[in-house]
Ligand binder design. Structure first.
Ligand code: NDP
Length: 301
């Protein structure tokens, strides 16, 4: 029986793990990967103590810290969390664990386009991470799909590698910050196709083209591309836990001490309804969740 299982190892989960371990809770950190969305940030310049650091380097430091404190970690996908009378059961594909409290820090997963060819060309031209896969498209033509800050960031990142970057925005204008919009509009490499909706993708062995609908003229048009970067938002990763209260964005609702609607389950970071999705905020929230989990355990005794 564990005291605490933390699900997900982004900044919130790793910070929770450090706090739980320091409170001497028997803790297990279950995660598909270390770092989460933060690891995919090309540059982080607002984390206290670091004027400028890549997301990958920053989360590597978090990971080192978790390892140094001796937290047990396992790479696994959590399939279900079920409440028993006096404990929870956490199931992965391979194992079942019993635990007194759970901290959910599973973050968000990228939203897919759900168009013909998307699954087929995933990893063969279609990507959900410009910072990870951008260098594979040196001197190639790429298209970013989306109209928010993620799409703008991806285009700015890809401009360093590709010879031509299109942004297909379904709306007339972008929803991102002015500074990013100005950069993209001024770029000689980036071409904005607004009110354009991707319909399908095609190619022989690898991605070669896409079809989109020009929403102004209702015409269907073709675009030759080597790569497509999907940046249309993120969905909270909560499908392993049923009957937990979510808000209208499908984020887990928490109170000011990270309690969820289920007694004994706490949550932190981007998977929750906390307003600002930032690395430093997720790390702080993870610490809070672990302290609340500890208090829950000692007061239950
Ligand atoms: P957003 O939800 O902000 O934007 C998603 C965009 O994709 C919208 O323009 C949306 O249009 C469009 N879209 C949705 N579905 C489709 C579709 N099927 N086809 C084409 N377009 C589609 O998501 P982001 O990931 O950009 O940002 C999420 C949050 O994270 C925001 O609050 C953002 O500001 C923040 N962020 C902050 C960063 C930073 O500060 N460094 C970096 C990146 C993100 P519509 O609205 O019409 O559905």
């Amino acid at each position: 029986m564990y005291d605490c299982i933390i699900i997900g190892a982004g900044p919130a989960g790793m910070s929770a793990a450090i706090y739980a371990a320091r409170k001497k809770l028997k803790t297990l950190l279950l995660t598909e990967e270390f770092g989460g969305q933060a690891a995919k940030s090309a540059e982080v310049d607002n984390y206290l103590g670091f004027t400028k650091i890549s997301g990958a380097e920053l989360v590597a430091k978090f990971h080192e810290h978790v390892d140094s404190i001796g937290v047990e970690t396992k790479t696994a996908t959590v399939e279900s969390v079920t409440k028993q009378e006096k404990f929870f059961e956490v199931k992965t594909k391979e194992e079942t664990f019993q635990v007194k409290v759970i901290i959910i820090t599973s973050g968000k997963v990228p939203r897919p386009l759900n168009i013909p060819g998307e699954k087929e060309f995933l990893g063969k031209g279609i990507s959900y991470c410009a910072t990870c896969d951008g260098p594979l498209f040196n001197d190639k033509t790429v298209t970013v799909i989306g109209g928010g800050n993620s799409a703008l960031d991806a285009a700015i990142e890809l401009e360093k590698h590709a010879s031509k970057v299109y942004i297909l925005n379904i709306n007339e204008d972008f929803q991102g910050d002015e500074i990013r919009k100005d950069h993209v509009k001024a770029s000689k490499k980036i071409e904005i196709l607004s009110q354009a909706q991707i319909i399908s993708v095609g190619g022989d062995q690898v991605l070669e083209n896409l079809k989109y609908k020009d929403l102004k003229s209702a015409e269907t048009k073709d675009l030759a591309v080597d790569g497509i970067f999907v940046e249309i938002g993120w969905t909270p990763a909560t499908k392993f836990v049923k009957d937990i209260k979510l808000n209208n964005l499908k984020e887990i609702e928490i109170d000011s001490v990270n309690k969820t609607s289920i007694d004994g389950i706490f949550a932190a970071g981007d998977v929750t309804n906390i307003k600002d999705k930032q690395v430093i905020i997720a790390a702080g929230e993870g610490a809070k969740a672990a302290l609340s989990a500890w208090e829950y355990i000692i007061t239950k005794k």
